[in-house]
Design a protein around this ligand. Structure first.
Ligand code: NAP
Length: 474
């Protein structure tokens, strides 16, 4: 047990432990919480009340969370001193107890921390950011059929342009780097040797590694294994048509993982086409099947044609036995989509998607776009998951103008609590809260953000009254 400078440990409770990334949760876990800045003062008490009530209702005295208050953001500076946005105490507590939940935090100005959320993700190597986007009936939405969207965005959290390795234009290091790239490295690289970086550019570096991509996609596939029917589906989202060795590599490493590590559980979209076609046309030979599968087959070069035939042959030889005869329909479908097209697809064909595995920046954009379809920021939960820790959090900020007014929607942090309970395996309590929220919204008992969008308009509930309403629906 670490020695805490200013924290008061709960008098009871046990530690959550991890084995190979899987948490082992006792019936009385100690869970550190960060109240959060701004509207955190309103949201956190409402959230804690709802979570505790659901656990009590489902499990009586058998299970209980022992909450452990830890500090970050403005509240931490008040207790620990100027610029102490993320005290050692807090880091030690989360490291020791493994799972934490937090309200929104102000992005510090000064003190050397770019963003507290990014810092927490990096310190604990929380490499997958998980953001479910699901519609609750009655939530006002700009879309005609928001109920068709039920996806989980798995956003890689530690790599990509988000690492913040960048230099300002005219910075001496930046000028040296441009000089080295333009005069040494680029001329030596066959495919790009005629390109020149304009002087005066800022430079950002976009690292994407095989290990970082695969450990993240592995989590997405593990998640899909628990789903049913056409929800057993992982889409690798990337911009590999342009950024071949970062975004394209993410896609390739994802397929590599699916067909090697998860061979018995997964089928790629390409393989499923091949098997489906072969089953529909069992009597025709490989070359004719290839002709049916690939429009314009006869116009391809002989090399390309024989490559496709080899591919079809390889699929038949290696997986027809285990995956054929329609068995592939019960497996996890792994496909990929270009990032810009997925923005269209989640709007035009939302029912076709389930889990989107993305890199860091794409995931940031697409998760907000998906959240907007199902009702906006007030209803968008999130979790940051690694192999030895997990932090559940609101995806919105501190909304300072609403702070302390008992007005804001606590839904995002409450739903993050639902994700935490699911992560514990306490599914009954998680379902109870989801039911409570669904019924509150269906009965139009909601906070201002949803009330103002409802037709006809309804009187809003306060933040705390919304929490009570959820509990009354248990
Ligand atoms: P914000 O806090 O997310 O608020 C922007 C607007 O979003 C609010 O004015 C409100 O719109 C709506 N909103 C936010 N939370 C809501 C909720 N719980 N229920 C309903 N509506 C909600 O964004 P910001 O004002 O740009 O950022 C404020 C601070 O938060 C900054 O310091 C920023 O860096 C930080 N931040 C933290 C996190 C995090 O901790 N995860 C995330 C993003 C930003 P209306 O006023 O129109 O109702």
């Amino acid at each position: 047990m670490p020695n805490f400078e200013k924290l008061r440990l709960p008098t009871e409770g046990s530690v959550i432990t991890f084995t190979k990334g899987i948490p082992s949760v006792p019936n009385d876990p100690i869970v550190p919480f960060i109240r959060g800045d701004g509207t955190g003062v309103d949201i956190w008490p409402a959230t804690q009340k709802v979570i505790d009530a659901a656990i009590l209702k489902e499990y009586g005295k058998e299970r209980k969370i022992n909450w452990f208050k830890v500090y970050a953001g403005d509240e931490a500076c008040e207790l620990y001193g100027t610029y102490q946005y993320l005290p050692e105490d807090t880091i030690a507590a989360i490291r020791h107890f493994g799972v934490a939940i937090k309200g929104p935090l102000t992005t510090p100005i000064g003190g050397g921390i770019r963003s507290l959320n990014v810092a927490l993700r990096q310190i604990f190597d929380l490499y997958s950011c998980v953001r479910p986007c699901k519609y609750y009936s009655g939530t006002p939405s700009p879309h005609k059929n928001p109920q068709d969207l039920d996806i989980v965005v798995y956003r890689e959290n530690t790599e990509d342009i988000y690492m913040g390795i960048e230099w300002e234009a005219e910075d001496e290091n930046c000028k040296n780097l441009i000089d080295y790239l333009n005069n040494t490295l680029i001329p030596k690289s066959e495919k790009i040797k005629n390109r020149v970086i304009p002087n005066g550019s800022g430079i950002g570096i976009k690292p994407v590694s095989k290990k970082g991509s695969q450990r993240h996609i592995r989590k997405a596939i593990e998640h899909a294994k628990k789903l049913k029917g056409n929800k057993k589906h992982v889409t690798l989202v990337h911009k590999g048509n342009i950024m071949k060795y970062t975004e394209g590599a993410f896609r390739d490493w994802g397929y590599d993982l699916a067909v090697n590590e998860f061979r018995n559980d997964c089928i790629t979209e390409r393989e499923s086409w091949i098997l489906d076609n072969i089953e529909k046309n069992p009597d025709i030979n490989i070359e004719n099947n290839a002709r049916l599968l690939e429009p314009g087959f006869d116009k391809l070069t002989p090399n390309k044609r024989s490559f496709i035939c080899e591919e079809i042959k390889a699929v038949i030889e290696s997986i027809a036995e285990t995956h054929g005869h329609n068995k592939w329909k019960d497996l996890i479908l792994v496909d990929d989509r270009i990032a810009d097209s997925i923005f269209q697809q989640i709007q035009t064909r939302p029912q076709e998607y389930s889990i989107l595995a993305t890199l860091n920046l794409n995931g940031d954009y697409v998760s907000d776009a998906a959240a907007a379809i199902v009702g906006g920021l007030g209803m968008a939960p999130g979790a940051n998951i690694g192999d030895t820790a997990a932090i559940f959090e609101a995806t919105h900020g501190t909304a300072p103008k609403h702070a302390g007014l008992n007005k804001i929607n606590p839904g995002s942090v409450i739903l993050s609590g639902v994700m935490m309970l699911e992560y514990f395996g306490w599914d009954e309590a998680a379902k109870l809260i989801t039911k409570g929220i669904s019924e509150s919204i269906a009965n139009k008992k909601v906070t201002y953000d949803l009330a103002r969008l409802m037709e006809p308009k309804v009187d809003p509930l306060s933040c705390s009254a919304f929490a009570d309403e959820i509990i009354s629906n248990f």
